[in-house]
Each structure stands twice: as C-alpha cells, then as structure tokens.
Design a protein around this ligand. Structure first.
Ligand SMILES: CC(C)(COP(=O)(O)OP(=O)(O)OC[C@H]1O[C@@H](n2cnc3c(N)ncnc32)[C@H](O)[C@@H]1OP(=O)(O)O)[C@@H](O)C(=O)NCCC(=O)NCCS
Length: 165
C-alpha cells in the first residue's frame, strides 16, 4: 500500500468510470472524464492527517494497482458534511481485483495501522444492497449494528470495530 501519485489517474479513471464500482457509492455517478480522476487525486493528496489516509493498493509481485483503501473522518447527517467525530474505513477496488481477498487483506492492515496510531473505534457504512462490502466488514471482524441514518444524510448499514484490548 502506498500513497497515490499523479500517474495513477488512468487507473483511477478506469475504476470510477465503471457502473459496477460506483453503484453503491454516493449517488452512483460514474466518472465521465479523465480530468475528474486527476482532480480526485489532487483532493486526496491534500488530506494531511497524522493517521487518516487514502492508500493505493497494489499487488506486490508486479505493482498492478488493485484499488483504494480509505481511512477518514465520516460526515454527520444534517450538517452539510461536517465531521461526526467518528473515523470510517472504506474500500473501492477495480472489478479485475475482486474475488481474491485483496480488499479484506488491505483493510486488515489499515485497522492495524489505526490501532497502532491509538484510535479506539472504526466504523464502516454500506448501502443496504452492497453485500460484497458487508462481507468485507464481517471478514475483518466488524460487528453489524443495524441500519443508521447518522452519516451522509442517508440510511446505511452500520458496522463497527473496537481496538482489541
Ligand atoms: C466491496 C469490494 C471491495 C469487495 O471486494 P471483494 O474482492 O469481494 O472482497 P475481498 O477482498 O474480501 O475478497 C473476498 C472474495 O475473494 C474470495 N477469496 C479468494 N481468496 C481469498 C482469500 N485468500 N481471502 C479472502 N477471500 C478470498 C472470497 O471467496 C470472496 O469471493 P466471493 O465473494 O465470490 O465469495 C468490491 O466489491 C468493490 O470494490 N465494490 C465497488 C466499490 C464499493 O462498493 N465499495 C464499498 C462501498 S461501501
């Protein structure tokens, strides 16, 4: 896992221009122009935080990019995107990389990083139809807390995990 670089824009555009990737993210809009990927990478590089980060995940053998792993502040509903005070973990992978356990492997590493950095609790939210993402939550040891409208001005399935004692 590494930070994103400007030359990753082709991969990011390829990933986020696919309906199957965007289907359960936000309002599901796919990227139309490569420049949107360039701007997204610029925004990600501006996220300066001692613990939060958005990583590029690549295969060790051949450095093939696989997807993105996110550890970031999650916005509270009804606040116009203000932070809720909670930290969320998230994963967006290219369809070519699905079905190999890569997202779960990368997410476990990010949880270890979060605990080592002193965070106490991490949440994840998914669209109620996003079975693949809920399966990742369960694989990495998160507990399903039911549906919640606390974040992103929408109803999501809420998962959480606490720092191991
Ligand atoms: C959510 C998403 C990352 C899940 O990807 P994934 O590849 O299914 O998840 P994992 O990395 O945990 O891999 C699990 C799959 O790999 C298989 N697998 C193969 N080898 C494995 C291994 N060593 N360990 C674990 N799983 C393995 C599992 O059987 C499972 O496949 P299955 O669902 O067909 O049974 C992917 O669907 C995605 O990027 N979706 C679009 C973006 C998105 O919706 N993100 C979430 C927003 S909340």
């Amino acid at each position: 896992m590494r930070s994103w670089a400007p030359h990753d824009a082709d991969f990011v555009f390829d990933m986020y221009s696919r309906r199957e990737v965007r289907r359960y993210i936000g309002h599901g809009e796919v990227m139309q122009e490569r420049d949107e990927a360039v701007k997204l990478l610029e925004r990600w590089s501006e996220l300066q935080h001692p613990v939060h980060h958005i990583w590029a995940v690549e295969r060790t053998d051949d450095e093939q990019l696989l997807g993105a792993l996110l550890l970031k502040s999650i916005p509270a509903s009804g606040t116009g995107d203000l932070p809720s005070g909670d930290t969320e973990i998230g994963w967006h992978f290219h369809p070519d990389a699905w079905g190999h356990g890569f997202a779960s492997e990368a997410a476990r590493r990010v949880l270890d990083h979060a605990w080592e950095a002193g965070l106490e609790r991490i949440v994840a939210v998914t669209n109620p139809k996003n079975a693949a993402s809920m399966a990742v939550c369960r694989r990495i040891g998160m507990t399903h807390l039911g549906q919640s409208d606390a974040y992103y001005d929408t109803v999501c399935e809420l998962f959480a995990v606490r720092r191991p004692s």
